[in-house]
Design a protein around this ligand. Structure first.
Ligand SMILES: Cc1ncc(C[n+]2csc(CCOP(=O)(O)OP(=O)(O)O)c2C)c(N)n1
Ligand code: SF4
Ligand SMILES: [Mg+2]
Length: 286
């Protein structure tokens, strides 16, 4: 099988994202990370949610699955359990993964399934034209909340850590090199990795623009110890604090598939090989 290269990942479909959207640099970072990891094209599967974030499905050429809104992680877990030698990546939005799909996120953390989840966190339901999402700041005025959002934003990263996620990090779409390193570390980690990427949406989130992020993001200090779970949870208590880097990393816990005795020698598809004719299903869409 072919090596992953930028040329091999190039989709014939041009991104339809708005000018200035943070998704462009996240896609660039993801491609760069995959190339630097020296993987083969058939070693990676990406599951995409529904949203501007999920539309990434069209803009990268690789094995993939475009799932229902909120249900991507359930599919990712299935793919990983069928063939645990695959690197499985999930891409979705803050609405997809912290809203409708939150139960699946918690389940994936509890199992420490070896999946790298990238949350394109623009603090809005952008594909549906900018309603508030679970990460929108209290007081946000949007179509759905003309008098200002009453709820507090969700503590999604604390939920992930306290439910067993082994690797939790925060990145910012305006810091490409750091994004590449965090995505690589997440993919190499054996267990559930969650990378929350702060993503400017210039169309529907005018408040959190690039200038705002420059003022509000900062790197975790050198003395920060990501193996300290308590310290990570304290760091995340202030939801306005946007520290970047690896917030938590547990190198003691096994990934789900490593705990399943019947998966030690062979993957499920090696144990139960089947030839499936996909042509019939594909014909429906051609
Ligand atoms: C099951 C289901 N519920 C709701 C929707 C409508 N819907 C489409 S995208 C979306 C939200 C997208 O927000 P987010 O996940 O943050 O992605 P973004 O567009 O911001 O990248 C919603 C609610 C849907 N398509 N399917
Ligand atoms: S609406 Fe926002 S998130 Fe969607 S493509 Fe445009 S800038 Fe990006
Ligand atoms: Mg969003």
């Amino acid at each position: 099988m072919n090596d992953i290269t930028l040329a091999n990942l190039l989709s014939p479909v041009q991104p339809t994202w708005c000018p200035g959207c943070g998704n462009f640099s996240i896609l660039t970072a993801l491609k760069q990370a995959l190339v630097e990891l020296n993987l083969k094209m058939d070693e990676v599967v990406i599951v995409f949610g529904i949203g501007c974030s999920g539309n990434t499905a069209d803009f990268i050429k690789c094995y993939g699955f475009h799932a229902l809104h909120g249900r991507g992680l359930a599919n990712a877990v299935g793919i990983k359990l069928a063939n645990h030698r695959q690197k499985v990546i999930m891409i979705g939005g803050d609405g997809d993964l912290y809203g409708e799909g939150l139960n699946h996120l918690v389940a994936a953390c509890r199992g420490n399934h070896d999946i790298t989840t990238l949350v394109f966190n623009n603090h809005r339901y952008s594909l549906t034209t900018g309603q508030t999402s679970p990460t929108s700041a209290k007081g946000t005025v949007a179509k759905s909340t003309p008098q200002g959002l009453i709820e507090d934003p969700i503590g999604a990263l604390s939920i992930a850590i306290s439910n067993g996620a082994g690797f939790v990090a925060r990145a910012y779409a305006g810091k490409l090199k750091q994004m590449v390193e965090l995505i690589k570390a997440g993919i190499q980690y054996d267990g559930f990795s969650l990378i929350d990427v702060q993503q400017p949406c210039p169309t529907f989130n005018k408040e959190q623009d690039y200038a705002w992020y420059q003022q509000n993001v900062f790197d975790l200090p050198a003395e920060y110890d990501p193996s300290n779970q308590g310290q990570a949870l304290v760091e995340l208590l202030d939801k306005n604090k946007l520290s970047l880097g690896v917030l938590y990393r547990n190198d003691q816990r096994l990934a789900y598939h490593q705990e399943v005795a019947t998966l030690r020698e062979k993957t499920l598809i090696e144990q139960f090989p089947q030839t499936v004719d996909l042509n019939k299903a594909i014909k429906e869409f051609v």
